[in-house]
Design a protein. Structure first.
Lengths: 347, 265
């Protein structure tokens, strides 16, 4: 996606330099205000890190390999303004020193990858991650999708920049002077590669590194997770929820006080009991129920017998105790399922 | 382990180019003696002229000027071909090739699918990319990086940005070497072929470790800078001195750029 010299007209290059300049200025001011003396070394070392990441060959699903820009992970660790500067510096060094991307196209490359990439990545990450805990699997998913969306938004912009060239810049004979393909060719040509290989590379690196940092260095994920709790704090954060759950368990016998029967929650024997028949009729707008239980209900209700039918374990005489015990067993089973699921997903 | 070997290859290539650039910038050639500010402005002017011109002949002329300057600066055309021309030819050639056939226009010969306009647009793309990258590479191969950065002040790049660029370049090689060591040590410990999922886990964990190391390094650098009196203000020692010969070079660069733009209107 590094646009070389000669692909964009000088007018397009100048417009994109002009569009990038306010973002560079704003980012620098914000970083200096936030970090003061730390801004220069932090941005320098992270720009060097971003540069090296762009050289990594990442193994992707399907057996292929691809290069990532690292804009997703840079945004998550540094925030959007820091990422704009770090990725821009890496792109400038790539263009000037290694000839990867043109000098006249530095503004375009920085605008597409550093500026739009960082802002899209930040918006998507914050939107999906919300206030989830730092070690939450949701943050891994959010980072993966953020990286994928960022690189594809950058690619789309680049393809639009390519696609408008032949329309506006051609000589008298009609030969395009710069990128030769119109929008209907440039957009699919760029997007196919980015929706598959390059997007996946960014997805793997963003999600994978966030998963690694959650285990090894969660503090690095705090910059873009202002409302989130960190490992250790997360446990104390859920304490009120556990207390509320215990209170609800104690109050479960309140269900016994409810009058009547829940509509549709009938067993075959209810149809032959006069009291239950009255309740069914009352709950059904005074429509009399059939004399016998429907045959389908009779047949299917015997397929599975619950160990604690009607929240009343056979071993207990007290209806209240049975309700509390059923609530505890049910809640315990749900929590156990989630714990097993979380362990399986994390491993 | 193919991806590890490929990554090692890529990282080593980057370091080799940096070593070549450093050696070549210290050599005794024509462009090495020119003031870095003059070279920076001159090369930028020629690159812009290549982007502006509408004439294939003038772009080819700039390319030849670049080649001659390279030879006069003791930069082997073989090195230029290996580091610059071949990769650009491969990349831009791949992109330009379909344009020869699908650009609407008059066929170059009756019955042939190649159009004159297609051939012309593909030549523009290829020649512009080759000429511009030759000029920017000449700048890098004949000027020490620290001098290029100082010269950036001439085009009003903010001091703090110049300092960040300079520090990035310095730590780039440290991080490159760290990454190289990590991959080499992993390659030397691994027997057999890793499963695809393990390869991905290894790659992302390596990036994660590198990120963590970079963060701690930036903290150490910050403390070292503070202990030496850094309070957020940055200064550059501007010790360049422009000679009469530098003015002559500047005139030549501007003359070439002006001719190219004028001829290719």
């Amino acid at each position: 996606m590094h646009i070389p010299d000669g692909y964009l007209s000088p007018t397009t290059c100048a417009a994109l330099y002009a569009s990038s300049t306010p973002f560079w200025y704003l980012s620098l001011q914000k970083m200096k205000r936030r970090l003061n003396t730390q801004a220069v070394p932090l941005l320098s070392v992270f720009a060097a890190f971003s540069f090296v990441i762009m050289m990594f060959n990442l193994p992707l699903p399907g057996g292929t390999t691809g290069h990532a820009v690292g804009v997703g992970i840079a945004t998550i660790v540094l925030g959007p303004w820091g990422s704009i500067l770090a990725i821009s510096v890496a792109l400038i060094i790539q263009a000037i020193f290694f000839g990867d991307g043109g000098i006249t196209a530095i503004g375009a490359n920085c605008f597409n990858m550093a500026i739009v990439g960082s802002l899209v990545s930040y918006a998507v990450y914050r939107l999906i991650a919300g206030n989830a805990a730092i070690e939450s699997a949701r943050r891994v998913i959010a980072a993966s999708i953020a990286g994928y969306c960022a690189i594809n938004a950058s690619a789309l912009l680049a393809s639009i920049e390519f696609g408008i060239q032949p329309r506006f810049f051609h000589d008298a004979s009609g030969s395009p002077l710069y990128a030769p393909y119109p929008l209907h060719i440039a957009i699919p040509a760029m997007m196919i590669g980015h929706l598959t290989v390059a997007g996946l590379a960014e997805m793997v690196v963003s999600g994978g590194v966030v998963a690694y940092l959650q285990r090894a260095e969660p503090a690095l994920l705090k910059a873009t997770a202002p409302g989130a709790s960190i490992i250790g704090e997360a446990k104390s954060g859920t304490k009120p929820l556990w207390i509320a759950l215990a209170v609800l368990l104690i109050f479960t016998p309140l269900g016994i006080l409810a009058a009547g029967a829940a509509w549709g929650e009938w067993v075959p024997s209810d149809f032959s009991t006069p009291r239950a028949r009255q309740q069914i009729a009352a709950a059904s707008g005074n429509q009399a129920p059939p004399i016998e239980a429907p045959s389908g209900l009779k047949r299917l209700s015997s397929v599975w017998t619950a160990p604690m039918p009607r929240y009343a374990p056979p071993i207990l005489k007290s209806e209240r105790l049975g309700y509390i015990l059923s609530a505890m067993v049910g809640t315990g089973l749900i929590v156990l399922c989630f714990l097993i699921g979380a362990r399986v997903f994390r491993s | 382990m193919t991806f590890v070997e490929r990554t090692i290859g890529g990282l080593s290539k980057g370091m080799s180019f940096a070593a070549l650039a450093d050696d070549s910038a210290r050599a005794d050639g024509a462009l090495q003696c020119v003031d870095p500010r003059v070279k920076l402005i001159g090369m930028l002017a020629m690159i812009v002229s290549v982007a502006v011109t509408h004439s294939l002949l003038t772009i080819a002329g700039v390319f030849l000027v670049g080649l001659s300057l390279g030879i006069a600066s003791r930069i082997s055309p073989l090195d230029l071909s290996r580091w610059v021309w071949s990769p650009v030819l491969l990349f831009s050639g791949f992109i330009a090739l379909p344009a020869i056939f699908i650009t609407p226009g008059a066929p170059i010969h009756a019955g042939w699918p190649i159009t004159q306009q297609g051939l012309r647009t593909a030549s523009f793309l290829l020649l512009r990319a080759e000429a511009a990258v030759t000029l920017s590479t000449l700048l890098v191969l004949t000027t020490r990086w620290a001098h290029i950065l100082k010269a950036l002040r001439v085009i009003r790049v903010p001091v703090v940005f110049v300092v960040i660029l300079g520090m990035t370049y310095r730590y780039l090689f440290l991080i490159l070497e760290t990454a190289l060591d990590m991959f080499e040590s992993r390659a030397s410990r691994t027997v057999g072929v890793l499963e695809p999922a393990d390869r991905r886990r290894l790659a992302t964990a390596t990036v994660g470790v590198l990120l963590s190391k970079s963060y701690h390094l930036s903290n150490d650098v910050h403390l070292a800078m503070q202990s030496r009196g850094f309070r957020g203000e940055v200064y550059l020692l501007d010790d360049f001195e422009i000679q009469l010969s530098d003015w002559a070079w500047l005139m030549c660069f501007f003359a070439v750029a002006t001719i190219v733009i004028w001829m290719g209107r």
